[in-house]
Design a protein around this ligand. Structure first.
Ligand code: SF4
Length: 352
């Protein structure tokens, strides 16, 4: 049988072509996405990252989905910039649980000069542990991007969220162009780009097409493409937006995989609202990266042990199993889950 030719990496997608993908019969689309996926990635492997909110809430921006914006009345407790030592302790725990990348997020418009030395120290500490480091700190000038890159930061996350046309309905405090400028500063500094969007904010198919075209027609595709399903948080302007049809989300993941064959497509916020079968379909569609742990910044993330159970049911092995045996990895996770439960029991007992 003649081998299938590898799908090319393209940067010239037209609206018509992407619309055709959106209109393809679902099964045909899934087959196409899985075929492309297998040409570029190990089919049963999912990369695992852990996310830590190093500064929470009181953000001056007005992203209408975000409980961290100071403009909305949510139950979120704000926290100042964490101490470097505390962040590195969490990083070490994440590593013990099997994470290969540690992502640190701060709810800032842009990092302030006085915070930079601490942020740089966090990056160096995570790198010394042998993990990849990723940060999301808001808008970056080129000098700031260079400082982060020089400290060893591997990835910078800055999402476009949606299409250029729909963007103004979601954020008014910074422009789409501001975001593109930050992404180009990150690239020029030599870091990898983590950039994706959120589905279910009331956008239509055309907006999903617009987002994917903006990402896939960049000179270099983002190495990591987080696909979020809106988590509706009480107190935010999007708390009552209509539910997203789950198949529309899976379809968008499949099309992201087809348009950006070599990128990691990350199943991000919203996993807590997906059952195991839906998550499995997202992996089938080409998602090959997840956040692992108890929290995804300020919204819930499925419990770590539930992730492990799902991986086991699907025979998915996370990347770190290449150098750690499955059994050792599993033992490390179980040990940590037990330790967390023990410490909760201890605190509950102490409080009673
Ligand atoms: S998404 Fe980021 S920039 Fe927007 S309000 Fe939330 S923390 Fe601020």
């Amino acid at each position: 049988m003649q081998a299938l030719e590898k799908a090319p990496i393209r940067h010239d997608w037209t609206e018509e072509e992407v619309r055709e993908l959106f209109q393809m019969p679902f099964m045909d689309l899934m087959f196409k996405a899985q075929t492309v996926h297998r040409q570029y990635h190990k089919p049963n492997q999912v990369q695992v990252s852990t996310l830590c909110s190093i500064k929470t809430g009181a953000c001056p921006e007005d992203c209408k989905y975000c409980p961290q914006s100071a403009r909305y009345n949510t139950d979120l407790e704000t926290e100042r910039l964490m101490k470097v030592k505390a962040v590195l302790k969490e990083a070490a725990e994440a590593k013990a649980k099997g994470a290969t990348r540690f992502c640190m997020g701060a709810a800032w418009k842009s990092p302030r000069a006085k915070d930079m030395p601490y942020v740089l120290e966090m990056i160096r500490g995570v790198k010394e542990m042998g993990m990849e480091a990723c940060m999301t700190l808001g808008t970056l000038e080129s000098g700031q991007a260079q400082e982060l890159a020089d400290a060893g930061l591997d990835y910078y996350n800055h999402n476009l969220d949606t299409s250029p046309e729909f963007y103004g309905n979601i954020i008014t405090t910074r422009t789409y162009q501001d975001r593109l400028d930050t992404l180009s500063n990150v690239r020029e500094a030599g870091m990898k780009v983590c950039c994706g969007g959120i589905m279910g904010m009331g956008e239509n198919e055309r907006d999903r097409i617009g987002l994917l075209m903006t990402l896939a027609n960049m000179a270099d595709h983002p190495e990591s493409v987080p696909m979020n399903m809106l988590v509706k948080v009480e107190g935010t302007p999007l708390e009552n937006v209509d539910d997203l049809e789950p198949f529309d989300f899976i379809r968008t993941i499949a099309i992201a995989r087809i348009m950006m064959p070599a990128s990691a497509v990350r199943l991000s916020a919203g996993r807590t609202n997906m059952n195991e079968q839906m998550q499995a379909m997202c992996f089938m569609a080409g998602a090959n990266s997840i956040f692992y742990g108890e929290k995804l910044l300020t919204t819930e993330n499925p419990e770590a042990d539930a992730d492990m159970m799902l991986f086991r049911k699907l025979s998915i092995n996370s990347e770190q199993n290449e150098d750690v045996s499955d059994e050792a990895h599993e033992q490390a996770i179980l040990h940590n889950i037990q330790a967390e439960q023990d410490s909760k029991l201890f605190t509950d007992a102490a409080a009673s």
